[in-house]
Design a protein around this ligand. Structure first.
Ligand code: 26V
Length: 821
């Protein structure tokens, strides 16, 4: 390489250019003149990966020598987003790379735009896990993130005739340059069959699990680099394969096709991600997936633990294991099984290790979202685990009865087994009993957890309960997706804010400076133009950057109330239709988000958004004043275009239903103002940015539960509010369905008869609040000041702060700096 730099590790423009050409030639087998976009993308990806592997090796060496306490994050979902841009940024080689490619006539942005992201998650929970990986590496914490390498991630969403149509996400089709398969790191996964209890030669009780089938999980690793450090942690995902490459017995019997087919079947375990936010879906395979990745991960930790020479009784000193919701909660029973049946620990020792290993994060209060498995299913797949769970439960309930001798119902309520027929295993109870810490993801959520779904556990063990308010990474969601803002912040504050977000406070001094305000508006304007370009490409709709961009992007769910947003849009539409000369602030409403394939009401909401868009966008009377866009296939990648371009962020869930939200933070970090309810992390965002810089409306969580408890009557609101009545009547009339009154009738009926999420109760306040938004937007100085103050005071919501709190209060781990070899 040039200047004595290695072609594999050099960081100069020259070294990167040589490395790129080298990889193009020797990995892709191409030369520049005939290389496709895919070839060039891969050549650059391998160039970056070489440099990652260099740091990875140094990290592993450091960890081997220091034998540090290590965090293991267990999550069924990860949404890391595209890797290229972030790795370049974290390594600090964006500029030399851009120049190296430029000299070859290649545009870096086009390669970054080409990357398809791993959609290995549904929404907030999977994205949170990815932000945590970013912060763990940046804070130099030894950590491994374990999960499932789904062959098909979250479905791709197309919109056809206004409807969501799902197609498979074949993200591995062209290969994935960021992962490294580790065939030597693989473990047996047993399922089904029965258990045999016997006494061994020494007269000791032993249990043998004789499975019906055995699979293998193979490790596939992705390096995760921190910002401005050499720490590279691992995301280790498990892929299911056949126990043996070919079933030789069957092969010898002449059953060649039978043998090959068995291999196909075993791979189905890691085939596809389940949509987790629709009730009642294909149960068996999902439980299998959970057991599959949990047993592989725990066996992997035990392998590493063995290399330290520490006795197995001290497993919990080496590892601390975080359960991301109940999806990995089977780990409590699985660790017990490994310790009892493989390591022959006695029950009390095994239980001591287990209870000191796990901590559990709850991510939802919705009762229908709490995981439970029918006993017959559980029994047939995991007979040994069920035995262990019964034993854990029986000892636990003995304790409970002793604590509360005059309260027999309490044991029923606390039991891992839901005894109401058909009987179920309650995974949240297993997680609570098997963990030393339990946390919610925002102050309000943690409080409500203690008062509602986990109340009995809180009364039993108040010391276990904590709050850890979510955060998001400012590297991906500010620096990478909003480079203009990044430059302005660097110029104004210097470097340092990227990894210490409280430093943004320094912006307060500039909030009223007209010159600074003007530059602030320019940054926003430029991102609005960029988004307009993407919107044009994706849906062929032209949007106007001078209009107010009013954005709601998140999974489609009734509790998130995308349809409340629609009621406002239709209200504005009606106002203009009644008074065509009306002077209103021009708005562009932007929606994005997927519905679970089986969630009929969510799909109907998507149809209504698109139907309203169709009517509004083609109506000459409202042209230049209202526009509605539904962005298909919302993703991390699309989010990077959307968050920086928003003026208003809609966080309008029914109070008490959204555990935290994390999109709310991403918007606010990019200078959008929030219109929101007192729900999830909105409460804390508002506290920090200041009530005067936040558009609050609606019932709070207490008022919501009282309203519902006292016989809520949506009809009364409908009859009392003429604008609301007009809006509902217009939908019911078939106006948005070419005269078909039946299409949206289920939605209208539900609102008028049940309205479980209190849209009608919150409508008037929401509309009034939106009018306040418009008034504020008419005053650019006031608006810009509010926007600057939002960014200045958003520091708490960096995932670095969240992770530092987990490290201090739950994991008890310390940074381990890594030097580059
Ligand atoms: C699951 C289900 C399953 C049954 C039907 C309804 C339903 C609704 C939601 C869910 C998701 C539960 C777990 C989850 O994804 N929670 C999200 O976690 C984020 C990260 O903590 C948090 O910001 C979101 O508020 C929370 O919804």
């Amino acid at each position: 390489g040039g200047n004595g730099e290695s072609i594999r590790t050099g960081m100069s423009e020259e070294a990167i250019r040589l490395a790129f050409l080298d990889n193009l030639f020797y990995v892709q087998g191409r030369f520049l003149e005939v290389a496709s976009l895919d070839d060039k993308y891969k050549a650059l990806a391998y160039t970056v990966r070489d440099r990652l592997l260099h740091r990875w090796v140094s990290t592993i060496r450091t960890y081997q020598q220091a034998n540090p306490r290590t965090v293991c994050y267990l999550s069924a979902e990860y949404l890391p987003g595209p890797f290229m841009g972030l790795n370049l940024l974290n390594m600090g080689i964006e500029e030399p790379t851009r120049k190296a490619l430029q000299s070859l006539g290649i545009d870096l942005e086009s390669l970054i735009a080409y990357e398809q992201e791993p959609g290995l998650g549904n929404g907030g929970l999977g994205r949170l896990a990815a932000c945590f990986m970013d912060s763990l590496a940046t804070l130099q914490i030894p950590a491994t993130s374990y999960g499932i390498r789904y062959e098909f991630g979250i479905f791709q969403q197309d919109i056809r005739n206004g409807e969501q149509v799902e197609t498979t996400d074949n993200w591995l089709h062209y290969g994935n340059p960021w992962e490294v398969r580790r065939p030597q790191i693989s473990y047996d996964v047993k399922i089904g069959g029965h258990t045999e209890h016997y006494t061994n030669e020494q007269g000791l009780h032993r249990v043998r699990w004789v499975p019906h089938e055995t699979f293998r999980g193979v490790a596939i690793d992705t390096p995760i680099l921190g910002h401005d450090v050499n720490t590279v942690n691992l995301m280790r995902l498990w892929r299911a394969e056949a126990a043996e490459a070919l079933d030789f017995h069957a092969f010898n019997e002449g059953d060649y096709y039978g043998a090959v087919l068995r291999e196909v079947r075993s791979e189905t375990i890691s085939k596809v991600l389940y949509p987790n936010d629709a009730p009642e879906i294909g149960k068996r395979l999902r439980l299998l997936q959970q057991h599959f990745f949990v047993t592989c991960s725990l066996q992997d930790m035990m392998r590493v633990h063995r290399t330290t020479g520490m006795p197995i009784e001290r497993f919990h000193e080496k590892f601390t294991v975080q359960l991301n919701d109940t999806h990995p909660a089977i780990a409590v029973a699985e660790l017990m099984r490994l310790l009892l049946d493989n390591h022959h620990l006695d029950w009390d020792t095994a239980w001591h290790v287990t209870r000191h290993t796990f901590a559990y994060t709850n991510h939802t209060l919705l009762p229908e979202a709490l995981e439970k498995w029918p006993i017959p299913l559980f029994q047939s797949l995991l007979p040994r685990h069920l035995e262990i769970i019964y034993e854990i439960n029986s000892r636990f309930l003995d304790e409970v009865r002793q604590r509360y001798p005059f309260d027999p119902d309490r044991a029923q309520r606390l039991s891992i087994i839901d005894e109401t027929l058909p009987r179920h295993v309650r995974m949240a109870h297993l997680a609570c009993i098997g963990s030393f810490a339990i946390n919610g993801v925002a102050e309000l959520h943690s409080q409500l957890l203690k008062e509602t779904v986990l109340r009995d556990f809180y009364e039993l063990w108040p010391e276990k309960f904590q709050n850890k308010t979510n955060g998001v990474t400012p590297r991906r969601f500010m620096l990478l997706s909003n480079p203009g803002l990044g430059s302005l912040l660097n110029e104004t504050l210097g470097h340092g804010w990227e990894t210490d977000l409280e430093q943004l406070r320094g912006l307060e001094a500039h909030a009223d400076d007209p010159a600074f305000q003007e530059r602030w508006r320019q940054v926003k304007r430029q991102r609005k133009e960029a988004l307009a370009g993407e919107v044009h490409k994706l849906c062929g709709i032209d949007i106007t950057p001078t209009s107010l961009y009013d954005v709601q992007v998140k999974r489609i769910h009734e509790y998130k109330r995308q349809h409340l947003n629609l009621l406002h849009i239709i209200t504005l539409y009606n106002r203009i239709k009644r008074n065509p000369a009306l002077d209103i602030v021009p708005r562009t409403f932007i929606f994005g988000g997927k519905s679970a394939p089986g969630y009929a009401m969510a799909k109907l909401i998507i149809r209504l958004i698109n139907a309203v868009a169709e009517m509004v966008n083609r109506d000459r009377d409202v042209a230049g004043r209202l526009k509605v866009v539904f962005l298909p296939n919302f993703s991390v990648k699309l989010g990077q275009w959307v968050y920086p371009a928003a003026d208003i962020s809609q966080q309008i869930s029914t109070a008490g239903k959204e555990a935290s939200g994390t999109g709310n933070m991403k918007f606010s970090m990019n200078g959008a103002l929030t219109i929101g309810t007192l729900d999830g992390a909105n409460v804390e965002i508002r506290e920090d940015v200041g009530a005067e810089n936040f558009f609050l409306f609606g019932l709070d969580a207490d008022a919501v539960s009282h309203t519902l408890a006292n016989g809520y009557r949506p009809w009364d609101y409908y009859n009392a509010n003429q604008e609301l009545k007009d809006v509902i009547d217009l939908i019911a009339s078939g106006f948005f369905a070419h005269g078909d009154r039946s299409l949206f009738q289920p939605l209208v009926d539900h609102l008028l008869q049940h309205d479980s999420y209190l849209l009608l109760a919150d409508y008037a306040d929401y509309i009034a609040c939106q009018d306040q938004v418009s008034a504020a937007y008419r005053d650019p100085q006031r608006w810009t000041r509010m926007s600057i103050l939002n960014v200045a005071r958003i520091g708490k919501f960096s995932s670095d702060r969240t992770i530092a709190e987990y490290c201090r209060d739950i994991w008890k781990v310390q940074p381990v700096p890594v030097k580059l070899d």
